[in-house]
Design a protein around this ligand. Sequence first.
Ligand code: NAP
Length: 526
Amino acid sequence: MITGKNFIGFTPSANGTKTYKTFNPQTNVENEDVFTEATSEEINQAVALATEAFKTFSKTSGTDKAAFLNAIADEIMALETLVETYCKESGLPEGRAMGERGRTVGQLRAFANLVTEGSWVEATIDTAQPAREPMPKPDLRKMNIGLGPVVVFGASNFPLAYSTAGGDTAAALAAGCPVIVKSHPMHAGTGELIASAVIKAAKKTNMPDGVFSNINSSGIEVGQQLVSHPGVKAVGFTGSIRGGRALYDLAGQREEPIPVFAEMGSVNPVVMLPKALEEKSEAWAKTYASSITLGTGQFCTNPGLLFGVKSDALTQFVDVLAKEIVEIAPSCMLHPNIKGAYDKNKDRALQQEAITVVANYEGDVKPNYAQQTVITVDGATFLENTTLHQELFGPFSMVVQCESLEELEHIIYKLEGQLTGTLLAAEGEAETCPEIVNAVQNRVGRIIFNGVPTGVEVCPAMVHGGPYPASTDSRFTAVGTQSIKRWVRPFSYQDWPENLLPEALQDANPLGVLRLVNGVETRDKI
Ligand code: NAP
């Protein structure tokens, strides 16, 4: 049952007076449940509990953390009204809800496996050399440890996989960091249900009170207070550049600055090489009509920019894309505000000089349904007008028609940082233009060959991040088990007694983890 309360640690709490409701974009009416925004005192309590919980949770064994993470996954699967609530708060279809739930549970279990195996701590041991001249060498042993309480901002476009118990939360808990979730107001009920599953799992597996809190809010003040709080040691965020940047700046102004790992806007350039289009322009156009409209274009990896060199094949690509994309039935956006932003930003794009609208769904649509649009522009105009470089969240894409591959390369270098880049190439064609591949690599976190950027695999080799503003720190990924590295710091023990060392650093290596011992990777004991 949804109560509308916050979880301050294990305790449901609603001491505030500011309330709000979620909205069903499919029916275009407010949902019934009433949520109470957290007060300053409740936020302080949540941080105080997390600070206390960190003392023991940071020392919890991998096996016990794995039991907690697996129990969260089990409790999520046992939630009876989750899918229904998800759909009525997001307008997304049931199939997507179930898929995202599967991904969320899969992420939790992947982190459980990671901490059970244990090598993620990157144990590094340099044994002492007492006889070294002119100075003896001390014994040094390094491993990763948790940063402290982490605040996670739920994402509007992934109510499960990037929200309450999504990737950021799973990674932070795996690292031994208590998590305080700033629930996304558009899906507060989904968030509360998931939070109840996390709390149940925490109690069942004897985790400390405060290991997890869920904070309701309908305005930016709650997030600001959380990010400014001295007890908070890191922040995870997915959303707009404006929101992410504001929080990043706020964290930097604190007396003790803290890292904000914000995953923000991306237009995901696709470079279509000439021969690829000569051979398969029609097939690629059909594929991209689907990719641009997938999930109503509300994916951070949505292909918003398509680059080609002017040719008959590029013209054919544009013609087929324009024809195919308006054949696809429009779908619902997450919230009237997201739809409003789409319409406003699209209007602004359509008002730019020297652009051509080649496809614009003209049929009637239900409220909150988005009309898909494709425009074209030449390379020189695009280069000059940086308004056209901005993310347009929704089923929109722009084909940039360049004069030459040299112009295309030049433009790619001028793009802001991106999550992904895609290369469409015929057999042997990519080898002929390494400079284009270099340009794309310079601007993105992941490069895709002959595919589409939508669809993000969750695995250790995934990089979901990229140069700013795709993310605030391109050295880290937000997806996959390597994302745990955002929530840890390296820590060294010097000449520390064997019996006081964590197991991963003890001579006997009781956990059997992979370690770097005197420069050699091994699972052997010392
Ligand atoms: P958002 O406006 O960035 O908000 C995300 C979260 O951050 C919300 O919980 C919001 O709180 C909070 N927030 C925003 N600005 C803040 C500030 N200055 N200080 C403190 N907290 C702040 O994103 P959204 O509401 O999810 O969606 C709006 C737009 O963001 C979309 O239309 C789209 O353009 C973009 N977006 C992009 C992606 C992507 O993957 N590229 C994903 C999601 C959204 P409140 O809601 O409580 O104010």
